[in-house]
Design a protein around this ligand. Structure first.
Ligand code: FES
Ligand code: MG
Length: 600
């Protein structure tokens, strides 16, 4: 059934390194139905040569933009340029929709949908004739969901970010998406602004098409896609409306066709070395606390061992170089103009701090060869190693009788927090205090202003907010203190089994695993119990008699959270691992390298 290229007077095309997977659908001599499959695409307007020429790769374009997902809606236009690039390089584009995931709107939380989008994309990539795929990423969960699926199926893949929004301004002041909301909420609670002023302030932070312009989870995950080697060098930070964004889409389309011809698969790029590079760069950019969850998940699906302890071992001692909100001052436009990720990587390479400059990337070159010659063009924004925003700025990994694993982003520890909790000369980097316990975000919102026992030194605990307790794990651990304490400038430490928005600048202890809903010890705490946090030793312990804890455990089962509202919530809860394990579906992890092993 193979269509000769000459049929349309076209050149024959470049012979791929291995026979194209898609042709098993069209050119399979043992399948007398395959003509019928071709017919449906001919009726869509394609020619026989575009589908069945054995040298012409079929390239999927995984479209995540839609009216429902405004952060990624720029991709609706950009996909046209991706298509142009694919066609120019000799491939045939097939664009298809992905399950939408809008971070700010999806209830109960967008992270519930990461695994859903993952599963659905695995089915599409496995079950349809595709030789490679362009992953159109952007808003927080879209990037990990698509990378996880590409890892499982392991067909040649390349990421392209939609790009961040332009800078937001309130007068001359830069206002960053997400981050401004946390500040405005605190101002509202303190009575400094009213609800209308809050709305107006927040709207100024979203001045154009694109994803959040702070170093929240969207900017982080796209920077890390590039750090892993899965996106073209310098592509992640290009603001959505910039001219370069369209050119990048075209180049991405061209490049995926070559990746298919060269048979470069995600498993060639997503190696242990690539993940260590990503962890190092995450510290240097001040990346989100959601990054360990998502990278640990991608690693699981490609079969690379990766744990929260690796994040501390590889990343903690490195400096924060990028002066961007929430840890710093600027936003993605300045960051991009200062050189973006390549300039950050170059600075690490210059000081021998990028663990594996030889790791391969989708450009066909190593990350070192891609970036070594780049330089920061604005040293206020991408700082030199000698003048970092902060030293030892990575994540700390904590464990103890309170939980087995949790992370803390040290780059956002403020001076006030440091002075109040971490500066005791007899006990540096450690604090202890009584807890105030909340069972999920609703409980917190109902009681925070009326609990009169909460004082300076109280440690706020959020439980029931993990993958099972609050299906998907809510971004609610960064709790603000009661208004009466905020007015006095008092910060309170927060600990929880849920997550925190990447745009938040709170030094919370997050992603505690196991969560209360699966029997984690956070579930045994009662108001007033004393807990001790020791950052130097990486410990988090309950100072309650173990016998007492034992009897509490037998008294009440684990906190289960609200009932499931949808079929997927129930399926998700029954089939999900802890945040420290990437919140993956353990049953899905055994399916690896599907494109190579399926033998369709
Ligand atoms: Fe979509 Fe921040 S809400 S990127
Ligand atoms: Mg978020």
């Amino acid at each position: 059934f193979t269509a000769p290229a000459e049929e349309n007077g076209e050149p024959e095309g470049v012979e791929p390194a291995v026979p194209l997977r898609s042709k098993q659908w069209w050119n399979n001599p043992s399948d007398d139905m395959c003509g019928a499959y071709v017919e449906r695409y001919l009726n869509g307007g394609l020619t026989m040569n575009e589908i069945a020429n054995k040298h012409k790769p079929i390239i999927g374009i995984a479209q995540t933009g839609s009216d429902l997902a405004p952060c990624n809606s720029g991709h609706v236009q950009l996909a046209k340029r991706v298509r142009d690039g694919i066609i120019a390089a000799g491939g045939t584009p097939f664009e298809f929709p992905c399950h939408p995931i809008q971070e700010t709107t999806k209830r109960p939380t967008a992270s519930l949908d990461r695994n859903f989008a993952y599963l659905s994309l695995v089915e599409v990539l496995f079950g349809y004739p595709m030789d490679g795929v362009v992953l159109l990423t952007g808003c927080d969960k879209t990037t990990p969901a698509l990378l996880m699926a590409a890892a499982t199926v392991n067909i040649p893949a390349i990421c392209m970010n939609v790009g961040p929004m332009l800078n937001g301004y309130a007068g001359q002041r830069l206002v960053g998406s997400g981050t401004v909301l946390w500040d405005a909420r605190a101002a509202l609670a303190a009575g400094k602004i009213d609800q209308l002023q809050l709305m107006q302030t927040v709207a100024t932070s979203a001045p154009s098409l694109g994803h959040c312009n702070t170093m929240g989870t969207a900017s982080t995950m796209n920077a890390l896609a590039e750090a892993l080697g899965m996106a073209l060098p310098g592509s992640a930070s290009i603001p959505a409306p910039y001219r370069e964004r369209g050119a990048c889409a075209y180049q991405t389309g061209r490049r995926i066709v070559d990746l298919v011809r060269e048979d470069v698969k995600p498993s060639d790029i997503l190696t242990r070395e690539a993940f260590e590079n990503a962890i190092a760069l995450n510290t240097a950019i001040g990346g989100s606390t959601n990054a360990p969850i998502h990278l640990n998940a991608i690693a699981k699906h490609i079969g690379v061992p990766l744990s929260n302890q690796d994040w501390q071992d590889v990343g903690y001692k490195l400096p924060l170089l990028v002066n961007i909100q929430p840890a710093g001052e600027y936003l993605c436009e300045e960051y991009h103009r200062a050189g973006g990720l390549p300039a950050v990587a170059a600075e690490l390479i210059k000081h021998n701090l990028l663990p594996h400059p030889d790791a391969l990337t989708v450009s066909g070159r190593s990350i070192g060869d891609n970036c070594r010659e780049d330089r920061s063009t604005d040293k206020r924004v991408i700082r030199p190693f000698e003048n970092p925003v902060k030293t030892s700025a990575g994540f700390l990994h904590l464990s103890g009788s309170l939980f087995d694993s949790a992370v803390m982003k040290t780059s956002v520890i403020s001076k006030a927090f440091n002075d109040q909790y971490l500066s005791n000369p007899d006990d540096p980097m450690a604090f202890e205090g009584p807890v105030a316990v909340f069972d999920g975000p609703e409980d917190y919102h109902h009681r925070i202003e009326t609990e009169d026992k909460i004082e300076a030194g109280t440690i706020l605990i959020m439980r029931g907010a993990g993958p099972q307790g609050y299906p998907g794990a809510a971004e609610v651990v960064n709790m603000i203190p009661p208004g009466r304490l905020i007015k006095k400038g008092i910060e309170l430490p927060c600990i929880g089994d849920g997550r925190q928005s990447g745009t938040s600048g709170s030094p919370s202890i997050l992603n505690a695993s196991p969560e209360a809903a699966t029997g984690g010890n956070l579930g045994l705490l009662r108001d007033g119990d004393i807990i001790r946090i020791d950052l130097k030793r990486g410990r988090a312990d309950i100072k309650v008699d173990p016998e007492e804890l034992k009897s509490r455990r037998s008294e009440s089962g684990p906190y289960k959270g609200p009932p499931s509202q949808t079929p997927w919530q129930e399926l998700f809860r029954d089939n999900v691992s802890e945040l420290s394990e990437g919140m993956v579906i353990p049953k899905a992890v055994k399916y690896q390298r599907l494109a190579q092993t399926a033998g369709i």
